[in-house]
Write a protein that binds this ligand. Structure first.
Ligand code: NAP
Length: 248
């Protein structure tokens, strides 16, 4: 077995592609979902049918108690986590900043920033050699929006991913001597349900001409970058943020 992976938001989209690839690479996969239980459990059954180990846990990463449960169940049922992918993320309806409410910003930051911080904290407490762990690897799923700013769509989402990138840079340095590498990926326009949350399910088709490679990306293309960063092949890479965005 390669190790035990805690993967947030693993039932759909980029998370589901990451769960499948991680299982193929030998990880036992503990994935969490917030609402879509059926999708998460179906994925777990498919992974188990292919001979790997997986577990789906209902956990809202924005809730501290849920995150504790996620890590405790992972350790009890699959083994101590050796890898974390902070993938769970949300965005809300496209609009200009002056139309947005404080409540919206709090929801977006609660999942995209504080959820990732909570999971990173629990991972470090368990993985760090400083705390008796045996090391590990963390990948934060950011967005090209952190560089581009998402004007007219969701500056709040873009800013939350900027915060996530700073978590990657700072935590990588903080735990580098404790056996933990921390990296990030910044996907560009990827074909998933997320764009429907913004009110434009066909968004990738509209914007793909802006991408130098002239197309949207597939969740599997992001998953390959995540799995490389998690793996020993990336053993001298920490604090890096890899753009997986077709050149944009
Ligand atoms: P998606 O298809 O909308 O899936 C989002 C996943 O996150 C779902 O599994 C969802 O769980 C989970 N989730 C959301 N809030 C959660 C919470 N509070 N607690 C636990 N799980 C939660 O999105 P995606 O496109 O795969 O996005 C995955 C990541 O990639 C996100 O961080 C996103 O910001 C980033 N990203 C995506 C794109 C893109 O173009 N798609 C581009 C750049 C970055 P349920 O299934 O239970 O709802």
């Amino acid at each position: 077995m390669t190790g035990t992976l805690v993967l947030t938001g693993g039932g759909r989209g980029i998370g589901a592609a990451t769960a499948r690839l991680a299982a193929q690479r030998g990880y036992a996969v503990c994935l969490c979902y917030r609402q879509q239980r059926a999708a998460a459990e179906e994925l777990v059954r498919a992974i188990e049918a292919s001979g790997s180990r997986a577990l789906a846990v209902a956990a809202d990463v924005a809730k501290e108690a849920d995150v504790q449960v996620l890590f405790e169940r992972c350790a009890a049922e699959l083994g101590p986590p050796t890898a974390l992918v902070n993938n769970a993320g949300v965005l809300e309806t496209q609009m200009r900043l002056e139309q947005m409410t404080l409540e919206r910003w709090q929801r977006v930051f609660a999942t995209n920033v504080f959820g990732a911080f909570l999971c990173a904290r629990e991972a470090v407490r368990r993985m760090s050699v400083r705390h008796g762990g045996s090391g590990g690897s963390i990948v934060n799923v950011s967005s090209a929006a952190a560089r581009l700013g998402s004007p007219g769509e969701y500056i709040d989402y873009a800013a939350s991913k900027g915060a996530l990138d700073t978590l990657t840079v700072g935590l990588a340095k903080e735990v580098a001597e404790e056996g933990i590498r921390v990296n990030g990926v910044r996907p560009g326009f990827i074909y998933t349900d997320m764009h429907a949350s913004g009110g434009e399910p066909g968004r990738v088709e509209r914007v793909k001409a802006l991408v130098p490679l002239q197309r949207g990306g597939l969740p599997e293309e992001v998953a390959h970058a995540i799995l490389w960063l998690l793996s020993p092949e990336a053993s001298f890479t920490t604090g890096a943020i890899l753009d997986v965005s077709g050149g944009r």
